[in-house]
Design a protein around this ligand. Sequence first.
Ligand code: 3HC
Length: 674
Amino acid sequence: MEISNLPVNALSQPVRAALLAAVERLTSEPELRGGVILGAGRTFVAGADIKEFGKPSLAPLLPDIFAAIESCPKPVVAALHGAALGGGLELALACDARIALPSTVVGLPEVTLGIIPGAGGTQRLPRLTGLTTAIRLICSGEQLKAEAAHRLGMLDEVVVEDLQGAAIAWLNSAQAGKRPVSAMRVPEEAPEDIAKAEQAALRAGKSRPAVVAAITVVKEASSTPFAEALAHERAAFLTLRASPEAAALRHIFFAEREAARLPADLQQTPRPIRTVAVIGAGTMGSGIALSALEAGYTVILLDQNTELLAKSGDKLRTQLQERAQAGKISTAVAQEAQARLTLADGWAGIALADLVIEAVFEDLAVKHEVFRQLDTHAKPGAVLATNTSYLDIDAIAAATKRREDVLGLHFFSPAHVMKLLEVVRGAHSASDLAATGMAFGKSLKKLPVLCGNGFGFIGNRIYNAYRTQCEFMLEDGAWPEEIDAALEAFGFAMGPFSVADLSGLDIAWRMRQARASTRDPRTRYVPVLDELCERGRFGRKTCAGYYNYADGKRSAGSDDVVRAIISEASAKRGIARHVLTTEDIQRRALIAMVNEAAQILTEAIAQRASDIDVVLVHGYGFPRWVGGPVQWAREQERKYLERDLDIIAAATGFGFVRGDLDILLKKTNEDNAS
Ligand code: 3HC
């Protein structure tokens, strides 16, 4: 039985119908002695068809098909390659044996979609692995390579070749026969180990509803008859599937894949890239170099500070070794990557590079100097990329005589960890540069998002609007810890003032100073950050910022100095400080993001609304389970969005620009594949 529903053989309704028919045929035709289930193309089965989730379920349902496989009197083997995920693994678990190629990955990633396995995974997996492993795997959605899954008892055999032959051989072997997993007993484990696994899963999974439900249902595997527990699993699955959280997670799943798509005129052949030069051996440059080395590129790291360069080279070699020790890459890859790294302290070093990425100090004059050198030393046709996070790509490109080769590649720190990459086209960027930047990003296993050139591109522009609104709230009456707590309660990884302290206030201070001359004095400006910096409070690195870090730990509240600075700012503006509730804070911060997102869409800085959500979720700690600011806005009643816009318009005063909510709330086929 070959399942063919490319690209990933998702179990959509026609596939389910055909599979059930095949099982019925196997059951009824006497000359058939057993069955092998295979996937066509590059993979076994990636699970249920997520696109069907927003719609009513259509028969036959997966649990019924799996029951038919188990009750079929003839043995059925699942032959796995590529991915056996979610419903795909559940299908394999309903078979009598599972045989896989070593490269196969298996897992139950349903919690990442806000649901739990809904076709027996919570009951069959623990019968093979025990409760503690099943809780860990189902609550994290972790995907395992075949060998690891074999060790845990999930697979019967791993074969290096002829998967189909091995499956048929199993059917002909002495061990062939009916071995329904549902009839097995869950292996005994100490109750305290199960409790520990449960606590760890809740912590790691932030006690999200799917995680809580998964634990309850998985534990039933050892306490409740199979059929009854299966019914509980299905009920929990259906309830979760209909939740706004699951809708948001599906939205972001499809948005991530959609983000990679370029408009027709930019779908061009990418320029070939083998050698990458990185200018600047600081944290960002080194992180980019590490990513490129791991992806197989030859890397030239250039810095005129020879001491920093040597240190960075040593660190990169150590990091590669450490990643090999941690099993993230093989030892052979680590050694070979070390050999692909060259250190250069002069511009002549970049002559061979197909792509140069500048990651130097964020200052236009410094960037200009670098780009003049790139113009002189880079080979014709090389892509000249800047990692600027705010500056105007066109202004940077103006330092060269080849503006068409200049592109923004905005990495996020730490660059070898963060998946987001903003690919920024300048007004003069050649039409093949977007495809080149996107292809390069994908080769680094990143999530590239195309942006237009404008202050802060997508992410920093929205974050800036959000942080500015939070500063207004400081002046209006809230303390830093109240704002941080409200936004952390909403789900942000960290509140804005904790983030500011972590990344250092001096960077923002310098930028404010650089822009001071262009600031209209009529715009509302909160001087708190400047005051803090003037007193040497640059954040964590100086043990003081919006908070105190006297003992290395963040103080519970902002200290008296900070409160005095904030109160003085309020008094100077003539504000009688008043209480802002958690909801006031959350809605003002969120609507500021939404308003900026609407402007970004109008200005075509973002190609599509869902790209904005991808950027905020992956680069700024926006809670994934809310789906991003656009998805959040689409879940709100329009009248409340309008009311909140009025509130921030009044709080902002002069110069407030109201975004067009219609453009943001309008769902298109492109940004609403879910
Ligand atoms: N349903 C519908 N479409 C799916 C899908 C699914 N389960 N999985 C992938 N797709 C689509 C993608 O949207 C993409 O479509 P596009 O080309 O139009 O953008 C296409 O298939 C290819 O997917 P990727 O770009 O992700 O391909 P990769 O090769 O990078 O990755 C994969 C393959 C590892 C299988 C990855 O697609 C994946 O992780 N898929 C989701 C797996 C999953 O979450 N399964 C659980 C589903 S829920 C479930 O099974 C419930 C059950 O318990 C009842």
